[in-house]
Design a binder for this molecule. Structure first.
Ligand SMILES: [Zn+2]
Length: 333
């Protein structure tokens, strides 16, 4: 008798695919809002790998990649279970923005974990996902990117990079990773990888893309990279058979986000692009006001390479417009 695998009302038999919704709330217009869940359960028992996308509603590339992977993989071939949540934050996805614009207090889902069952919609999304899906996992991967605001060139984040988290980072197989500081000093509280770490489930947040849906070439590269990482994780956990595609070494990096103080129109310096080497103090972009006067110059905080660029010349006060990184440690995979 095979054991029962159930998420919400969704019961999944061995070797089959099942899909359905975890209910969250009834909306003012009478429709119901929920979390879409797709489960590929292998014919053989094994680890449960949970993958989500669109925690932030304007980060579409993860959704596209996850849907493609869920279409390509035959559940009968798996030893274990892949649980995919292609659109975790429906209200923000519908609105094409990072958070739910109707929220009064909890705009950002990835600052709201572990959530609250009877709370606002974002708190309920967090609590339902965390308690009914995440807690069943041996590993959790959350797909992110730069959204509508900037283009990010690929890095992995874990809460504490040691032991199993470092193994998962290595398994994912992207070149760059960073860890979030201690909870006590971390300005980003309530992230999924932080809360997973507190309950002992290895979890990574992977950041790639943003603004890239405007370019077919970028979009296909981003999708390929997400799918490569996901397949690598499934292979590492023995859920999928195959050979991982990974680099021989990965880099622990430090990175600094660069923000503008004022709103304005950004112009990039000639030669500034993703991976461009920059010297300390080098100007990356200039911010103009609508009269053509220079308001700010955005410069490199240290010698390094460019890892993010704005998706648009329009800059809002306080917004991140770029980031520069330095390799601090090279680790063999
Ligand atoms: Zn995000």
């Amino acid at each position: 008798m095979p054991s029962l695998f159930q998420i919400g009302d969704l019961r999944v038999e061995p070797g089959t695919r099942a899909a359905g919704w975890l209910p969250i709330a009834r909306m003012p217009s009478g429709g119901s809002m929920g979390i879409p869940v797709v489960v590929l359960r292998g014919a053989k028992e094994g680890p449960v790998v949970v993958v989500d996308a669109a925690t932030h509603g304007d980060e579409y590339e993860g959704t596209l990649s996850l849907l493609r992977l869920l279409r390509e993989v035959d559940p009968a071939s798996l030893r274990g279970t892949l649980v995919g949540v292609p659109v975790l934050n429906g209200p923000s996805f519908d609105a094409e923005v990072r958070g739910n614009p109707r929220e009064l207090h909890h705009f950002d889902l990835n600052r709201t974990f572990p959530g609250e069952a009877g709370g606002s919609i974002t708190q309920r999304l967090a609590a339902t996902y965390f308690n009914e899906v995440v807690r069943k996992a041996q590993v959790v991967v959350s797909l992110h990117g730069g959204g509508n605001v900037f283009y990010l060139d690929g890095f992995v984040i874990a809460h504490t990079v040691s032991g199993s988290s470092l193994d998962v980072i290595k398994a994912w197989g992207w070149k760059r990773f960073t860890d979030t500081p201690d909870v006590a000093v971390n300005p980003y509280q309530g992230t999924l990888h932080q809360k997973c770490s507190e309950i002992g489930i290895p979890s990574i947040t992977v950041e790639l893309g943003g603004g890239s849906h405007r370019s077919p070439e970028h979009l296909s590269r981003v999708t390929r990279e997400f799918i490569r990482g996901l397949r690598n994780i499934l292979i590492y956990y023995g859920v999928l058979e195959g050979r991982p595609e990974r680099p021989d070494t990965i880099w622990k990096i430090k990175k600094q986000n660069l923000r503008v103080n004022n709103g304005g129109i950004l112009e990039l310096e000639e030669g500034i692009d993703i991976e461009a080497p920059v010297a300390k103090g080098q100007r990356l972009m200039t911010l103009f006001d609508p009269l053509g006067d220079v308001i700010e110059e955005i410069t490199a905080p240290y010698e390094g390479r460019v890892m993010a660029l704005p998706a648009s010349p329009l800059a809002y006060p306080g917004r991140i417009v770029s980031s520069v990184y330095q390799v601090i440690e090279e680790i063999r995979v």
